[in-house]
Design a protein around this ligand. Structure first.
Ligand code: NAD
Length: 242
């Protein structure tokens, strides 16, 4: 499939879970992809599976220098950068009064500051490519409060403001920036912090989401089909927030 032929993408947190699913789909649809992640072993194994259209780059999204190096690596590897999928994220599940300030800050640092640094590092390269698309992965926790998710929710709400402001400021450079808000999706993250089936029983679509159901929306926003879409938020939650 050639939907992303000639396009080069950088996917943060791409070594496993949703990020790996996005990377696989991008390669399957013709893109060249750099996977940036802390998980060297998983990232390298995925690159081996995907072949010459994929490369791995060790990336800690909280590091400004790390982002600059990842963007340089992407341009050196594949000649340009036209899609940034800001996907890396962590969740530390604790009740509000049990949340240590350090844990709260850590979630802001990875989930929000990490995306800010990513957009800032990638913008010059996206301009050099003649424009591009940034997809920021937020959550339904960025649209509503969620008990036990104080730091996570605050960080994912921040992603909305970051997305809209960056979309307005960078739109003139041909850079589109949107956010995606998944609900309860089956990934390693949700396997580590398992949710009971009743968590989704009230939804209009009363089941957990599958990774492909998020990836299809991420890839739509990354593609030219979304050429008039920017500063928007796409909810993929089985109607949880309807
Ligand atoms: P996951 O834990 O399976 O994968 C997250 C990836 O991010 C991992 O590969 C991890 O190594 C990487 N990562 C974490 N910290 C990093 C850092 N500092 N630098 C670089 N990489 C780092 O999680 P997932 O479920 O695939 O989630 C992916 C994204 O989707 C996250 O932003 C998450 O908040 C969001 N999300 C997930 C769900 C869900 O139900 N799974 C719902 C809403 C939003």
């Amino acid at each position: 499939m050639t939907r992303f032929a000639g396009k080069v993408a950088l996917v943060s947190g791409g070594a496993r879970g949703l990020g790996a699913n996005h990377a696989r789909a991008l390669v399957a649809q013709g893109a060249q992809v750099v996977i940036g992640d802390l998980l060297d072993q998983e990232g390298k194994a995925l690159v081996e599976e995907l072949g010459p259209a994929a490369r791995f780059c060790h990336l800690d999204v909280t590091s400004e220098d790390g982002w600059v190096a990842a963007v340089e690596f992407t341009e050196q590897s594949f000649g340009s950068l036209s899609v940034l999928v800001n996907n890396a994220g962590i969740v530390l599940l604790e009740r509000f009064m049990d949340t240590e300030p350090a844990a709260f800050r850590q979630q802001l640092d990875v989930n929000l500051v990490g995306m800010f640094l990513g957009i800032r590092a990638a913008a010059p390269a996206l301009r050099r490519a003649g424009g591009g698309s940034v997809v920021n992965v937020s959550s339904i926790a960025g649209l509503a409060g969620l008990p036990g998710f104080a730091g996570y929710s605050a960080s994912k709400w921040g992603v909305r403001g970051l997305t809209k402001t960056a979309a307005i400021e960078l739109g003139g450079s041909g850079i589109r920036i949107n956010s995606v808000h998944p609900g309860f999706i089956r990934t390693p993250m949700t396997a580590e912090a398992p949710l009971p089936p009743e968590a989704v029983g009230y939804q209009p679509i009363p089941r957990f989401g599958e990774m492909d159901e998020v990836t299809s929306v991420v890839l739509f926003l990354a593609s030219e089909e979304a050429s008039y879409v920017t500063g928007a938020e796409y909810t993929v939650d089985g109607g949880a927030t309807a």
